[in-house]
Design a protein around this ligand. Structure first.
Ligand SMILES: *Cc1c(COP(=O)(O)O)cnc(C)c1O
Length: 416
Protein backbone atom coordinates (compact mmCIF):
# COMPACT_ATOMS: atom_id res chain seq x y z
CA UNK A 1 0.00 0.00 0.00
CA UNK A 2 1.14 3.53 -0.67
CA UNK A 3 -0.47 6.79 0.40
CA UNK A 4 0.82 8.84 -2.50
CA UNK A 5 -2.22 8.83 -4.77
CA UNK A 6 -3.22 12.46 -4.84
CA UNK A 7 -1.78 15.64 -6.27
CA UNK A 8 2.01 15.35 -6.23
CA UNK A 9 3.88 18.24 -4.62
CA UNK A 10 7.23 19.33 -5.98
CA UNK A 11 9.02 20.97 -3.06
CA UNK A 12 12.32 21.49 -4.85
CA UNK A 13 14.04 24.84 -5.34
CA UNK A 14 12.90 25.30 -8.89
CA UNK A 15 10.97 24.75 -10.96
CA UNK A 16 8.45 25.72 -8.33
CA UNK A 17 4.75 24.86 -8.16
CA UNK A 18 2.92 26.54 -11.03
CA UNK A 19 -0.49 28.12 -10.33
CA UNK A 20 -3.33 26.49 -12.27
CA UNK A 21 -4.24 29.95 -13.57
CA UNK A 22 -0.81 30.31 -15.14
CA UNK A 23 -1.07 26.94 -16.86
CA UNK A 24 -4.63 27.59 -18.00
CA UNK A 25 -3.53 30.87 -19.57
CA UNK A 26 -0.97 28.93 -21.62
CA UNK A 27 -3.49 26.35 -22.82
CA UNK A 28 -4.63 27.97 -26.06
CA UNK A 29 -4.23 27.84 -29.82
CA UNK A 30 -1.06 29.33 -31.31
CA UNK A 31 -1.41 33.11 -31.41
CA UNK A 32 -0.42 35.46 -34.22
CA UNK A 33 3.09 36.81 -33.73
CA UNK A 34 2.84 39.67 -36.24
CA UNK A 35 -0.09 41.73 -35.03
CA UNK A 36 -2.70 41.65 -32.33
CA UNK A 37 -3.05 40.77 -28.70
CA UNK A 38 0.31 39.13 -28.09
CA UNK A 39 2.26 42.19 -29.22
CA UNK A 40 0.38 44.40 -26.76
CA UNK A 41 0.69 41.81 -24.02
CA UNK A 42 4.47 41.56 -24.32
CA UNK A 43 4.88 45.28 -23.76
CA UNK A 44 2.85 45.06 -20.54
CA UNK A 45 5.29 42.54 -19.08
CA UNK A 46 8.16 45.03 -19.04
CA UNK A 47 6.85 47.48 -16.39
CA UNK A 48 5.74 44.61 -14.16
CA UNK A 49 9.09 42.83 -14.38
CA UNK A 50 10.75 46.12 -13.44
CA UNK A 51 8.31 46.48 -10.54
CA UNK A 52 9.31 43.05 -9.23
CA UNK A 53 13.01 44.00 -9.52
CA UNK A 54 12.35 47.45 -8.06
CA UNK A 55 14.10 49.20 -10.92
CA UNK A 56 13.25 52.01 -13.30
CA UNK A 57 16.02 50.98 -15.67
CA UNK A 58 16.00 48.37 -18.45
CA UNK A 59 15.14 44.72 -18.81
CA UNK A 60 16.02 42.33 -21.64
CA UNK A 61 13.98 39.12 -21.94
CA UNK A 62 15.52 35.88 -23.21
CA UNK A 63 14.12 32.52 -24.28
CA UNK A 64 16.26 30.37 -22.06
CA UNK A 65 16.82 29.25 -18.50
CA UNK A 66 18.90 30.89 -15.80
CA UNK A 67 22.12 29.80 -17.46
CA UNK A 68 21.09 31.82 -20.52
CA UNK A 69 20.68 34.92 -18.37
CA UNK A 70 24.06 34.21 -16.75
CA UNK A 71 25.74 34.16 -20.13
CA UNK A 72 23.78 37.15 -21.45
CA UNK A 73 24.74 39.25 -18.43
CA UNK A 74 28.43 38.41 -18.83
CA UNK A 75 28.83 38.95 -22.55
CA UNK A 76 27.24 42.41 -22.58
CA UNK A 77 29.75 43.98 -20.20
CA UNK A 78 32.81 41.70 -20.10
CA UNK A 79 35.33 40.64 -22.69
CA UNK A 80 37.98 37.95 -22.91
CA UNK A 81 40.87 38.95 -20.70
CA UNK A 82 38.77 40.90 -18.18
CA UNK A 83 38.76 39.92 -14.50
CA UNK A 84 35.76 39.45 -12.19
CA UNK A 85 35.66 39.05 -8.43
CA UNK A 86 33.45 36.22 -7.17
CA UNK A 87 32.54 36.03 -3.48
CA UNK A 88 31.45 32.37 -3.54
CA UNK A 89 28.72 31.09 -1.22
CA UNK A 90 27.91 27.78 -2.91
CA UNK A 91 27.46 25.83 -6.10
CA UNK A 92 25.75 28.60 -8.04
CA UNK A 93 28.49 31.17 -7.42
CA UNK A 94 30.92 28.64 -8.86
CA UNK A 95 28.58 27.91 -11.76
CA UNK A 96 28.40 31.56 -12.82
CA UNK A 97 32.17 31.93 -12.34
CA UNK A 98 32.76 28.81 -14.43
CA UNK A 99 30.71 30.26 -17.23
CA UNK A 100 32.80 33.44 -17.10
CA UNK A 101 35.98 31.38 -17.33
CA UNK A 102 34.70 29.61 -20.44
CA UNK A 103 34.39 33.07 -21.99
CA UNK A 104 38.04 33.74 -21.26
CA UNK A 105 37.33 35.95 -18.25
CA UNK A 106 39.69 35.57 -15.29
CA UNK A 107 37.87 34.84 -12.05
CA UNK A 108 39.25 35.86 -8.69
CA UNK A 109 37.26 33.78 -6.21
CA UNK A 110 36.87 34.52 -2.50
CA UNK A 111 35.65 31.26 -1.03
CA UNK A 112 33.12 31.59 1.79
CA UNK A 113 32.46 27.86 1.98
CA UNK A 114 29.15 26.03 2.12
CA UNK A 115 27.84 27.27 5.43
CA UNK A 116 28.07 31.04 5.45
CA UNK A 117 27.11 34.18 3.61
CA UNK A 118 29.67 36.45 2.00
CA UNK A 119 31.57 39.00 4.08
CA UNK A 120 31.42 42.43 2.37
CA UNK A 121 34.61 43.50 4.20
CA UNK A 122 36.64 40.81 2.43
CA UNK A 123 35.21 41.86 -0.94
CA UNK A 124 36.21 45.46 -0.14
CA UNK A 125 39.69 44.29 0.82
CA UNK A 126 40.13 42.57 -2.55
CA UNK A 127 38.90 45.66 -4.40
CA UNK A 128 41.22 47.91 -2.37
CA UNK A 129 44.14 45.72 -3.36
CA UNK A 130 43.22 46.09 -7.04
CA UNK A 131 44.88 49.47 -7.60
CA UNK A 132 44.89 49.16 -11.39
CA UNK A 133 41.14 48.41 -11.51
CA UNK A 134 41.67 45.14 -13.28
CA UNK A 135 38.47 43.82 -11.71
CA UNK A 136 35.53 44.83 -13.91
CA UNK A 137 32.67 43.31 -11.93
CA UNK A 138 31.70 41.61 -8.68
CA UNK A 139 29.47 38.56 -9.28
CA UNK A 140 27.20 38.00 -6.29
CA UNK A 141 24.52 35.31 -5.96
CA UNK A 142 21.83 36.75 -3.72
CA UNK A 143 20.50 33.36 -2.64
CA UNK A 144 22.76 30.44 -3.39
CA UNK A 145 20.23 27.68 -3.99
CA UNK A 146 22.69 24.94 -2.99
CA UNK A 147 23.56 26.22 0.49
CA UNK A 148 20.45 28.43 0.92
CA UNK A 149 22.74 31.25 2.05
CA UNK A 150 21.48 34.78 1.40
CA UNK A 151 23.89 37.62 0.74
CA UNK A 152 23.30 41.11 2.09
CA UNK A 153 23.38 42.93 -1.24
CA UNK A 154 22.91 46.41 0.26
CA UNK A 155 25.85 45.88 2.62
CA UNK A 156 27.94 44.61 -0.26
CA UNK A 157 27.15 47.75 -2.26
CA UNK A 158 28.13 50.00 0.66
CA UNK A 159 31.40 48.13 1.05
CA UNK A 160 32.16 48.47 -2.66
CA UNK A 161 31.27 52.19 -2.59
CA UNK A 162 33.56 52.78 0.38
CA UNK A 163 36.51 51.57 -1.70
CA UNK A 164 35.70 53.92 -4.60
CA UNK A 165 36.36 50.99 -6.95
CA UNK A 166 34.39 51.27 -10.23
CA UNK A 167 33.58 47.54 -10.63
CA UNK A 168 30.02 46.72 -11.61
CA UNK A 169 27.85 44.94 -9.07
CA UNK A 170 26.15 42.02 -10.82
CA UNK A 171 23.63 39.97 -8.83
CA UNK A 172 22.03 36.58 -9.54
CA UNK A 173 18.47 36.64 -8.17
CA UNK A 174 17.35 33.55 -10.07
CA UNK A 175 16.43 31.61 -6.93
CA UNK A 176 14.81 34.33 -4.95
CA UNK A 177 13.27 37.13 -7.04
CA UNK A 178 9.75 37.42 -5.66
CA UNK A 179 10.70 35.66 -2.41
CA UNK A 180 13.60 37.52 -0.81
CA UNK A 181 13.51 41.31 -0.94
CA UNK A 182 15.37 42.87 -3.87
CA UNK A 183 15.65 46.64 -4.36
CA UNK A 184 17.76 46.84 -7.49
CA UNK A 185 17.97 50.63 -7.76
CA UNK A 186 18.04 51.50 -4.05
CA UNK A 187 20.72 48.89 -3.43
CA UNK A 188 22.82 50.05 -6.37
CA UNK A 189 22.76 46.82 -8.33
CA UNK A 190 24.09 47.46 -11.85
CA UNK A 191 23.13 44.17 -13.50
CA UNK A 192 20.63 41.63 -12.17
CA UNK A 193 19.63 38.26 -13.61
CA UNK A 194 16.48 36.24 -12.95
CA UNK A 195 14.53 33.31 -14.37
CA UNK A 196 10.79 32.71 -14.67
CA UNK A 197 10.49 29.29 -13.03
CA UNK A 198 11.15 29.96 -9.38
CA UNK A 199 9.61 32.92 -7.56
CA UNK A 200 7.92 34.02 -10.80
CA UNK A 201 5.83 30.80 -10.96
CA UNK A 202 6.02 30.22 -14.74
CA UNK A 203 7.24 27.01 -16.44
CA UNK A 204 11.00 27.09 -17.20
CA UNK A 205 11.97 28.78 -20.45
CA UNK A 206 12.30 32.53 -19.95
CA UNK A 207 14.96 34.58 -18.20
CA UNK A 208 15.71 38.24 -17.67
CA UNK A 209 18.66 40.59 -17.46
CA UNK A 210 18.02 43.94 -15.80
CA UNK A 211 20.66 46.65 -16.25
CA UNK A 212 21.13 50.28 -15.29
CA UNK A 213 22.72 53.23 -17.12
CA UNK A 214 26.22 52.49 -15.86
CA UNK A 215 26.04 48.98 -17.29
CA UNK A 216 24.49 50.30 -20.52
CA UNK A 217 27.44 52.69 -20.94
CA UNK A 218 29.89 49.85 -20.56
CA UNK A 219 27.90 47.80 -23.07
CA UNK A 220 28.05 50.70 -25.52
CA UNK A 221 31.86 50.65 -25.35
CA UNK A 222 32.19 46.91 -25.92
CA UNK A 223 34.12 46.01 -29.02
CA UNK A 224 31.84 43.08 -29.87
CA UNK A 225 28.71 41.47 -28.42
CA UNK A 226 27.06 38.55 -30.20
CA UNK A 227 23.84 39.60 -31.87
CA UNK A 228 21.76 36.94 -30.13
CA UNK A 229 22.82 37.87 -26.59
CA UNK A 230 23.00 41.64 -27.11
CA UNK A 231 20.62 43.17 -24.60
CA UNK A 232 20.29 46.52 -26.42
CA UNK A 233 17.60 45.72 -29.05
CA UNK A 234 15.80 43.43 -26.59
CA UNK A 235 15.44 46.22 -24.05
CA UNK A 236 14.45 48.84 -26.65
CA UNK A 237 12.85 46.94 -29.52
CA UNK A 238 11.60 48.80 -32.55
CA UNK A 239 9.91 45.64 -33.79
CA UNK A 240 8.22 42.92 -31.74
CA UNK A 241 10.63 40.20 -32.92
CA UNK A 242 13.58 42.16 -31.48
CA UNK A 243 12.44 41.34 -27.95
CA UNK A 244 13.40 37.75 -28.69
CA UNK A 245 15.79 37.98 -31.63
CA UNK A 246 13.28 35.79 -33.48
CA UNK A 247 10.03 34.02 -32.65
CA UNK A 248 8.49 34.95 -29.31
CA UNK A 249 8.00 32.34 -26.54
CA UNK A 250 4.30 32.77 -27.27
CA UNK A 251 2.64 30.66 -24.56
CA UNK A 252 5.11 31.65 -21.89
CA UNK A 253 4.08 35.26 -22.37
CA UNK A 254 0.47 34.42 -21.49
CA UNK A 255 1.59 32.44 -18.46
CA UNK A 256 3.98 35.10 -17.24
CA UNK A 257 1.28 37.76 -17.68
CA UNK A 258 -0.96 35.93 -15.21
CA UNK A 259 1.89 35.24 -12.80
CA UNK A 260 2.83 38.92 -12.74
CA UNK A 261 -0.83 39.86 -12.28
CA UNK A 262 -0.93 37.62 -9.23
CA UNK A 263 2.32 38.97 -7.76
CA UNK A 264 2.23 42.65 -8.64
CA UNK A 265 -1.46 43.52 -9.02
CA UNK A 266 -3.36 41.09 -6.80
CA UNK A 267 -1.30 40.06 -3.79
CA UNK A 268 1.29 42.85 -4.04
CA UNK A 269 5.05 42.35 -3.98
CA UNK A 270 5.50 43.31 -0.34
CA UNK A 271 2.78 40.89 0.73
CA UNK A 272 4.49 38.21 -1.38
CA UNK A 273 7.77 38.87 0.46
CA UNK A 274 5.96 38.82 3.81
CA UNK A 275 4.27 35.51 2.96
CA UNK A 276 7.58 33.93 2.04
CA UNK A 277 9.23 35.29 5.18
CA UNK A 278 6.50 33.71 7.31
CA UNK A 279 6.51 30.40 5.45
CA UNK A 280 10.31 30.27 5.72
CA UNK A 281 10.10 30.84 9.47
CA UNK A 282 7.62 27.95 9.67
CA UNK A 283 10.14 25.71 7.89
CA UNK A 284 12.93 26.81 10.22
CA UNK A 285 10.77 26.32 13.32
CA UNK A 286 10.08 22.73 12.28
CA UNK A 287 13.69 21.91 11.48
CA UNK A 288 15.01 23.62 14.60
CA UNK A 289 12.76 21.28 16.60
CA UNK A 290 13.70 18.17 14.60
CA UNK A 291 17.40 19.03 14.96
CA UNK A 292 17.39 18.31 18.67
CA UNK A 293 18.84 14.90 19.48
CA UNK A 294 19.17 13.50 15.95
CA UNK A 295 21.30 13.59 12.82
CA UNK A 296 19.26 16.31 11.16
CA UNK A 297 20.85 19.76 10.99
CA UNK A 298 20.02 22.96 9.14
CA UNK A 299 22.91 23.85 6.85
CA UNK A 300 22.93 27.41 8.19
CA UNK A 301 22.76 27.93 11.95
CA UNK A 302 22.22 31.69 11.65
CA UNK A 303 18.68 32.72 10.72
CA UNK A 304 19.89 36.10 9.46
CA UNK A 305 21.67 34.56 6.48
CA UNK A 306 18.96 32.07 5.49
CA UNK A 307 16.96 32.63 2.32
CA UNK A 308 13.17 32.76 2.35
CA UNK A 309 13.09 30.70 -0.86
CA UNK A 310 14.89 27.47 -0.02
CA UNK A 311 16.26 25.57 2.99
CA UNK A 312 19.27 23.22 2.83
CA UNK A 313 19.45 20.41 5.35
CA UNK A 314 22.19 17.97 6.43
CA UNK A 315 21.17 14.56 7.70
CA UNK A 316 24.09 12.24 6.90
CA UNK A 317 24.51 9.71 4.07
CA UNK A 318 22.62 7.70 2.99
CA UNK A 319 19.72 8.95 5.13
CA UNK A 320 19.05 12.06 3.03
CA UNK A 321 18.40 10.06 -0.12
CA UNK A 322 16.42 7.41 1.80
CA UNK A 323 14.16 10.07 3.26
CA UNK A 324 13.67 11.78 -0.11
CA UNK A 325 12.82 8.48 -1.77
CA UNK A 326 10.38 7.54 0.97
CA UNK A 327 8.60 10.88 0.63
CA UNK A 328 8.28 10.60 -3.15
CA UNK A 329 7.08 7.01 -3.07
CA UNK A 330 4.93 7.01 0.05
CA UNK A 331 3.75 10.56 0.57
CA UNK A 332 3.64 12.21 -2.86
CA UNK A 333 6.07 15.01 -2.10
CA UNK A 334 9.46 15.41 -3.76
CA UNK A 335 12.23 17.28 -1.97
CA UNK A 336 15.34 18.73 -3.62
CA UNK A 337 18.61 16.83 -3.79
CA UNK A 338 21.80 18.08 -2.17
CA UNK A 339 23.77 20.10 -4.69
CA UNK A 340 27.47 20.87 -4.60
CA UNK A 341 27.70 19.30 -1.15
CA UNK A 342 29.75 16.22 -2.05
CA UNK A 343 32.61 15.22 0.20
CA UNK A 344 35.02 12.27 0.04
CA UNK A 345 32.79 10.29 2.43
CA UNK A 346 29.61 11.32 0.60
CA UNK A 347 30.41 11.69 -3.10
CA UNK A 348 26.73 11.71 -4.17
CA UNK A 349 25.53 14.22 -1.54
CA UNK A 350 23.25 11.50 -0.12
CA UNK A 351 23.45 13.18 3.24
CA UNK A 352 21.65 16.31 2.13
CA UNK A 353 18.30 17.50 0.93
CA UNK A 354 16.64 20.82 0.24
CA UNK A 355 13.12 22.09 0.71
CA UNK A 356 12.00 24.60 -1.91
CA UNK A 357 9.46 27.09 -0.55
CA UNK A 358 9.40 29.60 -3.37
CA UNK A 359 6.56 30.86 -5.52
CA UNK A 360 2.97 29.68 -5.36
CA UNK A 361 2.84 28.37 -1.81
CA UNK A 362 0.39 28.71 1.04
CA UNK A 363 0.55 27.44 4.59
CA UNK A 364 -1.66 24.45 3.77
CA UNK A 365 0.78 23.27 1.10
CA UNK A 366 3.84 23.88 3.24
CA UNK A 367 2.39 22.22 6.33
CA UNK A 368 1.56 19.22 4.15
CA UNK A 369 5.19 18.96 3.15
CA UNK A 370 6.41 19.37 6.73
CA UNK A 371 3.85 16.84 8.02
CA UNK A 372 5.02 14.37 5.38
CA UNK A 373 8.64 14.86 6.45
CA UNK A 374 7.51 14.10 10.00
CA UNK A 375 5.92 10.88 8.74
CA UNK A 376 9.11 9.97 6.90
CA UNK A 377 11.28 10.55 9.97
CA UNK A 378 8.94 8.29 11.94
CA UNK A 379 8.72 5.59 9.26
CA UNK A 380 12.48 5.39 8.77
CA UNK A 381 13.09 5.66 12.52
CA UNK A 382 15.40 8.61 12.11
CA UNK A 383 15.96 10.12 15.58
CA UNK A 384 14.57 13.64 15.86
CA UNK A 385 13.24 16.15 18.35
CA UNK A 386 9.50 16.62 18.96
CA UNK A 387 7.10 19.52 18.54
CA UNK A 388 8.16 20.44 15.01
CA UNK A 389 4.71 20.56 13.43
CA UNK A 390 3.26 22.41 16.40
CA UNK A 391 6.06 24.98 16.09
CA UNK A 392 5.49 25.40 12.35
CA UNK A 393 1.73 25.72 12.83
CA UNK A 394 2.29 28.41 15.44
CA UNK A 395 4.36 30.45 13.01
CA UNK A 396 1.60 30.15 10.41
CA UNK A 397 -1.04 31.07 12.98
CA UNK A 398 0.85 34.16 14.10
CA UNK A 399 1.82 35.12 10.56
CA UNK A 400 -1.76 35.01 9.35
CA UNK A 401 -2.58 37.93 11.66
CA UNK A 402 -0.43 40.51 9.97
CA UNK A 403 -0.79 39.23 6.43
CA UNK A 404 -4.57 39.32 6.36
CA UNK A 405 -4.63 40.27 2.68
CA UNK A 406 -3.24 36.87 1.68
CA UNK A 407 -6.69 35.77 0.60
CA UNK A 408 -7.23 38.66 -1.83
CA UNK A 409 -8.55 37.59 -5.22
CA UNK A 410 -8.21 34.16 -6.70
CA UNK A 411 -4.49 33.97 -5.88
CA UNK A 412 -5.42 32.58 -2.48
CA UNK A 413 -6.76 29.35 -3.90
CA UNK A 414 -4.19 26.65 -4.33
CA UNK A 415 -3.92 23.65 -6.56
CA UNK A 416 -7.29 22.14 -7.42
C1 LIG B 1 18.25 27.82 -10.60
C2 LIG B 1 19.40 28.74 -10.47
C3 LIG B 1 20.28 28.98 -11.53
C4 LIG B 1 20.21 28.25 -12.82
O1 LIG B 1 19.01 28.39 -13.46
P1 LIG B 1 18.61 27.37 -14.64
O2 LIG B 1 17.26 27.83 -15.03
O3 LIG B 1 18.63 26.01 -14.04
O4 LIG B 1 19.62 27.53 -15.71
C5 LIG B 1 21.28 29.91 -11.34
N1 LIG B 1 21.43 30.57 -10.18
C6 LIG B 1 20.62 30.35 -9.13
C7 LIG B 1 20.83 31.10 -7.86
C8 LIG B 1 19.58 29.42 -9.25
O5 LIG B 1 18.77 29.19 -8.20
Amino acid sequence: MTLNHGRHTLAIPGPSIMPDRVMQAMHRAAPNIYTGELIDLAATLVPDLKAVARTKHKVAMYIGNGHAAWEASLVNVLATGDTVLVPATGNFSHGWAGMAERLGITTQVIEFGRRSALDPALVAEALDADKSHKIKAVLCVQTDTATSAKSDVAALRSAIDATGHPALLMVDCIACLGCDEMQMDDWGVDVMVAGCQKGLMTPPGMSFVFFNDKAAEIRAKMERVSSYWDWTPRADPEQFYQYWCGTAPTHHLYGLRVALDMIVHEEGLEAVWARHATLARAVWAAFEAWEVGGPLELNLANRAIRSNAVTSVRIGAPTGTQLRNWLTEQAGVTLGIGLGMATEEDPQSDGFFRVGHMGHLNSHMLLGTLGSIQAGLNALQIPHGGGALEAAAQVCAAGADDTADLTVGASGSCCG
